[in-house]
Each structure stands twice: as structure tokens, then as C-alpha cells.
Design a binder for this molecule. Structure first.
Ligand SMILES: Nc1ncnc2c1ncn2[C@@H]1O[C@H](COP(=O)(O)OP(=O)(O)OP(=O)(O)O)[C@@H](O)[C@H]1O
Length: 583
């Protein structure tokens, strides 16, 4: 991401901040001259009142300007980091899902939080510090040149050598800073991975192993951090040694010249004061360059994140598509292969989903069932063929229209930390109390929610912690139903539910399928036998479409699936479950 356009949008405040910094530096530069006047006045027996008052006024003005400078640059830094985070959040939220999923969550988090903070330091304090320090250094050198060119030669010789050492150190700091940012990111990625799977870690007795892995990564971040600190710590002493040598030579040689009358005492005093003044901005220049180098490493990493490819098409206002077809969804010879995969996940898939009723998709693991849903939602685009929604090509519809037409309940029904209500209205924040009550009734969750300690305001933990698996699943269904989608895509949980919960879910699915299209990836026999249409998938192809009795009769794979995959009941019983056969 190029931060300069963002920086440009704050140019007024930046200019004000720089002007205040430069003014503060100017006022500081005048102080030694005024002190030289005080010494002159005292040594010539005159009254130092005027210069003393002037010096006091300069001190006060300098302090005020420095304070304003710090305030202006501080707020500039916060505004900049706010703008960068706003831009980044939108880039990440609108990223294409396949590209987004390649990133580790810890790395993303680290970039969006820590790297943006480092960018703030770079672009406000370090940048301001460098500009005002460079100005102070140049000002000091000019005034020292006006006092005595030969003493300036000695000073520049000594400090120049120290500056060269500092330049070399600053370059190495950047290299180590990049390494440290990468190490810190790896650590954050590992922490996010472990925190996201705490129960797996515990049930695998992997706490000690994970602790060691985290220690190892933290150790790497520590080592590269120490290298940055060591190099940064070298900047100060290098400048200090150079300035001390310069000071010794200037004082010794200057006093000798004062003794011979070649130089006045007030000129030597002013020169020495400038030498002292020179040291701190020179030091600040190099430490700020070191910080700028670290910030550049962070800004480069933000650029990589902001370059995430974006979903195509601008988000358009939601409008309902006018049905052009009795089919809610149609796959027309759809083929699709995941990036980097050696084989097609879908081959010339064609079938239609009626606008009302239940369509069950069945097939062995890896047959391409979930991929169908991902294409309907346009998380991915087909390589060839078309997906039609109510007769319109989904590829030519605005993305948010596609996603408002469809409600997707994923298999692991991800609920978020927050209240039951927050989770329910997530896809439809404007839902009223009546809509919420109706959705809860539809999924038969109304009584369960009533019995929660704070009812709708009961706070759930990460991933819906606080509700049973079946309740979580029905809450996710209610969430998908609230925006009243015309097509519900339901990825059934494959885990076995008890008989009551399963019956409840079957009832829920049947009632929502009455007035819309429900497509379910079915893992339960009860769902399959009740479906109006069953699509049998195998190795990315549609193998057969029909009803349960029909497919039992004519499709071997379906028969085997019914017996082996869906039924935890004996084979004879599963085959006998043929409610439509009588008709
Ligand atoms: N993100 C991905 N990148 C590459 N290949 C993938 C990706 N997701 C799925 N696949 C592959 O695509 C094929 C179809 O996967 P899909 O998830 O659609 O199968 P499925 O029928 O839903 O399986 P299951 O019942 O086990 O969930 C599989 O071979 C799978 O390995």
C-alpha cells in the first residue's frame, strides 16, 4: 500500500507540525547567541538585564513551540494510523476469499494492529524528528561557521567520522528490523493457532509441546529484537564519542587562541554551546533514522496486505431479483478447479433447484458438494459454465444481491462471541423483535432462549460456547433466515445428533422449505428421505438426480451411501425407509 496519498490528505497538519518544529529549532538556535551577549555584557561591566530577559523569552517560546509541535505531530500520527487501519480493514473485508484464506490469522492480526502502530511512530514522530533535527544540525553548523571556520573544521571532522559509523548502523538496523517483524508475526500466527484450538490442544495432551514451540518462536523474536536494540544502542555512543573528542579539541585549541587574543571568550563560549546543541539533534537524527527504518519494514508489510486481490464488482444496493425462472438455482455445465489443485473439483455439473422444496446433495467425501455452495455464493467463480439464480447469471449480478438472495448455514455453524441477539441479527441488523421471535419459533429455539439467564442478551463465548451443538446449529439457521433469503444453503453437521434433536431439525428444515428453496448437503438419512429431490455427486460429477425410492431402485452408489453413510441402522431398515414408494 502506498501511504503517501494518505499522508498527503493530512498535509496541512503535517505542514503545521513541521513549521512548529522548525520554529522551535530556530528559537533554540538563538539561545547560545543571546547567552554569548550576556557573557559579553558581564565581562565588559555592562548590565545583562536586556539579554537575560530576551533569553527568558526565548526559553518560554521554545518550550511552548515544542509542546505544540509534540501535540500536532502526536494527533497527526493517530489520525494517520486511523486512516491506514480504515483502508486496510476495507481491503481485507473485501478481499477474495481464496486469497484471504492463504493468510494466517495471527499474521493478519499482527499486521493490522502492530505494524500500523509502528507505521504511526514512523510517520509522525520519527519523520518530524528527522526533519526538525536535520534543520537544527544545519542551523548549528551555519552559526558555528559564522563564529569560527577552523573550529568548525575540527568539529565536522570528529562528528563526520561518528556519523559515518551511524549510517552503517542504521542500514543494518533496517535489515534486522525486517527480520524482527517477520519473527514477531510468526509468533503471533502460532499464538492464534493455539488459542483457536485450545480444546484440541488439551485433549491431545499437547500443552507442553505447544509451549515449547511458542517458546522457540518467542526466542527467535527476542534474538532479532535484541540485535535491533544492540545496533540502535550503538548509535548514541558513536555520536557521543565523536562529540567528546570534538569538544576536547575545541576547548583546548579555543582556549589557547583566546589566550593569544585570536578568539574572544564570548565567541568560544557560543561555539561550545552550539557544539553541545549539535549533539542532541545529531543523535536524534540517527536514532530517528533507525526508527524510520523499522517503520519502513512495517509499511512494506502493510503494503503486502493491502495488495490482497479484491472481490470483483462494486457492492450495489440490495434489490430483489425478479424471478425469471421457476428454478431458484441452476448449474449449467459448471466446471471448476481450485488454484494449484491437480484435478477439477467439479466437471460439467448441470442440475436445477426448484424455487420451493428441499433438495438434498449426497455423495462421498470430496465429491464436490461444498464446492457447489461456494460457487452459488460466488466465493469462487466457475472456470466454465454458469450458475443461474432465478434465471439470471449470478456472475453478472452485484455480489451483495447474490448473497442476499441466499442464506448459508455452514457445517461448523460459526457463532461469534457476543449475545444471542448479536448473533441472530448479524445478517439483518434492522430486524425487529417480532422478526426475531418468528425466526426463533421457526427453528424451535424460542423456549430454549427463554430459559437462558439473560434470554436474548445472554452472552455466548467464542464459537457459541454456552449452547448445545443442536442449539448452536438452529441459532445459525435462524440467523440465516432473518434476512428472508429465497434460497437457503444448509451444510448439515455430520456429527450424530440425538433422536429428539434430529427430529426437531427435520421439522425445521421441512417448515422452511415450504416457502423457499432449501438445498442441504445431507449427512442424515432423515433429511435425505424427506427431500423432494436428491442430487448424487461423485468425483465432481452429478451421477443421478431423483427421489429416494427412485434412486434406491436405480443407483448403486446411492444405495451404498444410504446403507453405509447415512444409516446407523441395519441395511434392511434403511432400504425399507421409503416413504414415497407407496405413491
Ligand atoms: N480450498 C481448496 N483448495 C484446493 N482444493 C480444495 C479446496 N477445497 C476443496 N478442495 C478439493 O476439492 C474437492 C471437492 O471438495 P468439497 O469440499 O467440495 O468436497 P465435499 O463433497 O463437500 O466433501 P466433504 O463431504 O468431505 O465435505 C476435494 O477433492 C477437495 O480436496
Amino acid at each position: 500500500m502506498n501511504v503517501w496519498p494518505i499522508l498527503r490528505s493530512h498535509r496541512k497538519r503535517l505542514a503545521t507540525g513541521l513549521a512548529l518544529g522548525l520554529s522551535a529549532a530556530c528559537v533554540s538556535l538563538l539561545q547560545p547567541l543571546v547567552i554569548g551577549r550576556i557573557i559579553e555584557a558581564v565581562s565588559s561591566g555592562g548590565s545583562p538585564g536586556g539579554p537575560v530577559l530576551l533569553a527568558a523569552a526565548l526559553f518560554a517560546t521554545g518550550a511552548l513551540l515544542s509542546g505544540l509541535h509534540g501535540y500536532t505531530m502526536g494527533t497527526l500520527g493517530e489520525n494517520l494510523v486511523f486512516d491506514i487501519r480504515r483502508v486496510l480493514a476495507r481491503r481485507v473485508l473485501r478481499a477474495r476469499l481464496p486469497d484471504f484464506q492463504r493468510w494466517a490469522q495471527g499474521d493478519l492480526l499482527n499486521r493490522m494492529v502492530t505494524d500500523t502502530s509502528m507505521a504511526r511512530v514512523t510517520m509522525s514522530s520519527a519523520l518530524a524528528q528527522v526533519t526538525s533535527s536535520v534543520f537544527s544540525v544545519l542551523g548549528c553548523l551555519t552559526l558555528m561557521a559564522l563564529i569560527d571556520l577552523r573550529l568548525l573544521g575540527v568539529t565536522v571532522g570528529c562528528l563526520g567520522a561518528a556519523s559515518l559509523v551511524s549510517v552503517v548502523l542504521a542500514r543494518r538496523i533496517r535489515k534486522q528490523a525486517v527480520a524482527n517483524r517477520t519473527d514477531t508475526s510468526r509468533y503471533a500466527t502460532a499464538v492464534a493457532r493455539v488459542l483457536g484450538s485450545m480444546s484440541t490442544v488439551k485433549s491431545s495432551c499437547a500443552e507442553a509441546r505447544e509451549a515449547e514451540t511458542l517458546d522457540g518462536l518467542a526466542g527467535r523474536a527476542r534474538r532479532s529484537g535484541i540485535r535491533v536494540s544492540v545496533l540502535s544502542a550503538g548509535l548514541g555512543p558513536a555520536i557521543n564519542v565523536g562529540s567528546q573528542i570534538a569538544l576536547t579539541v575545541v576547548v583546548a585549541w579555543g582556549m589557547a587562541r583566546v589566550a593569544t587574543g585570536d578568539l574572544s571568550l564570548s565567541a568560544l563560549t557560543a561555539f561550545v554551546m552550539y557544539l553541545f546543541y549539535l549533539v542532541s539533534p545529531l543523535l536524534a537524527t540517527f536514532t530517528s533514522i533507525g526508527r524510520l527504518q523499522q517503520g519502513r519494514a512495517a509499511i512494506d508489510r502493510l503494503g503486502e496486505l493491502a495488495d490482497l486481490p479484491q472481490e470483483s464488482g462494486p457492492p450495489a444496493p440490495a434489490t430483489r431479483a425478479q424471478p425469471r425462472s421457476g428454478q431458484a438455482v441452476e448449474f449449467e455445465r459448471v466446471s471448476f478447479r481450485y488454484d494449484g489443485s491437480g484435478r477439477n473439483a467439479l466437471h460439467e455439473v448441470s442440475f436445477g433447484v426448484p424455487a420451493h422444496g428441499l433438495t438434498a446433495i449426497v455423495g462421498p467425501s470430496g465429491a464436490g458438494k461444498s464446492t457447489l455452495f461456494r460457487l452459488v455464493e460466488r466465493f469462487y467463480e466457475p472456470d466454465s459454465g454458469r450458475v443461474l439464480l432465478y434465471g439470471a447469471d449470478a456472475a453478472s449480478m452485484p455480489l451483495n444481491q447474490v448473497r442476499r438472495l441466499t442464506g448459508h448455514v455452514e457445517q461448523d455453524h460459526p457463532l461469534m462471541r457476543g449475545s444471542v441477539r448479536d448473533n441472530l441479527i448479524y445478517a439483518c441488523p434492522s430486524a425487529g423483535e417480532d422478526d426475531i421471535a418468528e425466526a426463533l419459533r421457526l427453528v424451535r429455539l424460542d423456549q430454549a432462549v427463554e430459559s437462558l439467564p439473560e434470554r436474548l442478551d445472554t452472552v455466548l463465548g467464542e464459537r457459541g460456547h454456552g449452547l448445545s451443538g443442536g442449539e448452536q446449529q438452529r441459532l445459525a439457521v435462524a440467523r440465516a433466515l432473518l434476512p428472508r433469503p429465497s434460497v437457503v444453503l444448509l451444510d448439515e453437521a455430520s456429527a450424530n445428533l440425538d433422536a429428539d434433536t434430529e427430529a426437531e431439525l427435520r421439522g425445521v428444515v421441512a417448515s422452511i422449505a415450504r416457502d423457499r428453496a432449501v438445498v442441504t448437503i445431507a449427512h442424515r438419512l432423515s433429511t435425505v428421505v424427506e427431500a423432494d429431490q436428491i442430487v448424487v455427486m461423485e468425483a465432481g460429477r452429478v451421477r443421478a438426480v431423483g427421489t429416494h425410492p427412485d434412486l434406491i431402485r436405480r443407483d448403486d452408489l446411492y444405495r451404498r451411501l444410504v446403507v453405509r453413510q447415512f444409516a446407523s441402522v441395519p441395511e434392511d431398515h434403511a432400504l425399507a425407509t421409503q416413504p414415497f414408494e407407496a405413491g
